[in-house]
Design a protein around this ligand. Structure first.
Ligand SMILES: Cc1cc2nc3c(=O)[nH]c(=O)nc-3n(C[C@H](O)[C@H](O)[C@H](O)COP(=O)(O)OP(=O)(O)OC[C@H]3O[C@@H](n4cnc5c(N)ncnc54)[C@H](O)[C@@H]3O)c2cc1C
Length: 286
């Protein structure tokens, strides 16, 4: 780690993009971290008619944003952040082997629209994990299930298989070519997670599968799984009007702060959050 940024924006969707663009315009030293620019939702939106100045396919909106991003030179560092830790007046952000440091953070990681599995939230930290790199080693010699939302996460399943005795892979998409001595691709669909103190089994239509842990490998994890001590309300981060959270220096924007789930609201909040970061840093005398 060589550098402390003014602000790290986490999330490549429209909230994160607008926060990064506004941070740049406010002359903040920003770092924009995300799996990909503009997120996965925009490309699959059939038609967008409710964003000012836009009326057309999601793909065209995506292309217009990409053209603007290039023109304005808003740089994205492609990665998936797996932990955010307050360290004095700064934050450490980890993404696999990489570590970044920033004085403030804007969390814009969106929400998982497909919903959670029964028991998923109850067993968070007691057998449910969202990060193979962070928690994989805890399952040495054990049996785990991995519920995988897209082929982009197959690499993480191989990582888990380095530790676990057996990985049961539930691929929620067509055409997986996952293979491995101790990887079993399941055809049934997970319905619930059950256990007592910790996860003990996955329930499917076909019956129950005894496991010691379940990894959900998907685009958006619950915010509480990413930042310890962050105050949440259900799937959302609790924010004040300036989009500050209960953790000093940590702001949130977009779907993650609650409904309505709309581009206009997400973009507006990205902008407000960047201005709030600027005010926060000014108050600190930065
Ligand atoms: C099919 C579909 C159609 C839609 N159509 C419309 C429409 O017509 N009009 C409208 O107003 N809204 C529409 N929406 C809603 C709109 O997509 C959302 O409101 C908007 O995308 C929210 O933006 P966001 O930046 O908050 O979150 P997202 O777009 O969800 O972006 C969050 C990004 O953060 C990334 N991320 C998550 N966790 C991490 C991490 N740990 N590290 C790094 N990156 C991470 C995710 O991969 C994602 O790319 C639609 C949604 C869907 C699913």
């Amino acid at each position: 780690m060589e550098h402390t940024f003014d602000v790290a924006v986490v999330g490549g969707g429209i909230a994160g993009y607008t926060a990064a663009l506004t941070s740049k315009n406010l002359l903040l030293d920003y770092l924009w971290l995300g799996a990909s620019a503009f997120g996965e939702k925009l490309a699959c939106a059939e038609k967008v008619t409710n964003f000012p100045g836009v009326s057309g396919r999601g793909k065209d909106f995506f292309a217009a944003l990409e053209a603007q991003r290039e023109r304005e030179e808003v740089l994205l560092t492609p990665c998936r952040v797996d932990g955010i830790y307050a360290a004095g007046s700064k934050f450490l952000l980890t993404a696999g082997e990489k570590t970044f440091e920033a004085r403030a953070v804007i969390l814009a990681t969106g929400v998982e629209t497909k919903g959670q599995l029964k028991g998923e939230r109850d067993f968070l930290g007691r057998g449910v994990s969202y990060c193979a790199v962070c928690d994989g080693a805890l399952y040495k010699g054990k049996r785990i299930a991995a519920v995988i939302s897209s082929p982009a996460f197959e690499e993480e399943v191989h990582f888990l298989a380095r530790f676990a005795d057996m990985v049961y892979a539930f691929c929620l998409y067509e055409g997986s070519d996952l293979q491995g001595e101790n990887i079993e691709v399941r055809k049934d669909i997970p319905l619930a997670i059950e256990g007592n103190q910790r996860v003990e089994r996955v329930v499917t239509k076909e019956g129950t599968l005894p496991v010691d842990g379940v990894f959900f490998l998907k685009n958006s994890a619950p915010p509480g799984a990413l930042v310890g001590g962050l105050e949440t309300e259900g799937a959302h981060v609790k924010v004040a009007r300036d989009l500050s959270t209960n953790l000093a220096g940590l702001f949130a924007a977009g779907d993650i702060t609650g409904r309505p789930y709309q581009y206009a609201k997400a973009a507006g909040e990205g902008c407000v959050a960047a201005h709030s970061v600027k005010a926060y840093l000014n108050n600190l005398g930065k």
